[in-house]
Design a protein around this ligand. Structure first.
Ligand SMILES: Nc1nc2c(ncn2[C@@H]2O[C@H](COP(=O)(O)OP(=O)(O)OP(=O)(O)O)[C@@H](O)[C@H]2O)c(=O)[nH]1
Ligand SMILES: [Mg+2]
Length: 233
């Protein structure tokens, strides 16, 4: 299985990818700007500094160009079905939200093995109702684009009020909170229904890459993702 770790900048993707790989798996660094130690490092072939120089681009343009190059090459792919391969990706979420590079990478990997997407968000960003719903919406878009099962995880739970977070991931509690709100209520309800209708089949899992909390459950959820909803492709 390939586990493709994605999510906003600094959510803890690399920290989680590293922890998962320590537990079971090989780490593939697909972030051309990251010097992280990995079993396969994309920077052997593509580094963002070199792309910036060669194509005369700014940092964000160079990152997108790098992902375009990465999506069109096979050198970094580990083709061993017996291994769990954890793929760490850059924090520029537009690679998956707006461009097709993320989709192409996932399609490429799907030719070799099953793929599960792991969407990582920062607990301190997810703690308000509006932010939580916005995160679910982003996740739903990515799911629709990638067409592979996905697991959402809220990382850095060591930094936030756990009760608030538990209320957010509880459908009944969030409905109750929304019912005290205003005109946004029906929009928010529609969004929750939409998210449940699309491929987010499980509640987000609460983890901390720092303390290790929830990581075992996360691994189990990733393994169950394919059995639970089937391959959506
Ligand atoms: N308190 C706390 N800090 C964390 C946790 N996970 C990651 N961090 C910290 O958050 C920062 C960002 O972590 P990374 O793993 O580099 O995040 P990332 O999503 O890979 O970041 P980019 O690749 O730059 O988008 C680092 O300082 C980590 O030590 C966590 O569970 N709790
Ligand atoms: Mg990273």
């Amino acid at each position: 299985m390939y586990i493709v770790v994605m999510g906003p900048a600094a959510a803890g993707k690399t920290s989680i990818a590293r922890k998962l790989a320590e537990y079971e798996g090989l780490l593939i660094n697909l972030d051309p700007a990251s010097n992280t130690k990995a079993d396969i490092d994309i920077r052997k072939w593509v580094s963002v500094e070199e792309v910036q120089r060669k194509y005369k681009l700014g940092i964000n343009g160079a990152l997108l160009k790098s992902m375009e190059l990465i999506a069109s090459m096979d050198e970094w792919i580990l083709n061993d079905r017996n291994e769990i391969k954890i793929v760490d990706t850059p924090g520029q979420l537009e690679i998956f939200l707006y461009h097709d590079y993320g989709k192409k990478i996932v399609e490429k990997l799907s030719k070799y093995d099953i793929v599960t997407a792991l969407f990582v968000v920062d607990a301190s960003e997810a703690i308000s109702v509006e932010n939580y719903l916005a995160i679910l919406a982003q996740n739903a878009i990515i799911n629709l684009k990638l067409m592979v099962p996905s697991v959402t995880t809220i990382n850095k739970v060591d930094l936030v009020d756990r009760k608030k977070l538990l209320n957010l991931i509880d459908r009944e509690k969030i409905e109750e909170m929304l019912s005290k709100g205003d005109a946004l209520l029906s929009l928010a309800r529609g969004l929750i229904d939409y998210v449940e209708y699309t491929s987010i089949v499980q509640r987000p899992l609460l983890v901390s890459a720092k303390t290790g909390e929830g990581l075992y459950d996360l691994y189990s959820a990733i393994h169950e993702a394919h059995c639970g909803c089937g391959d959506l492709s």
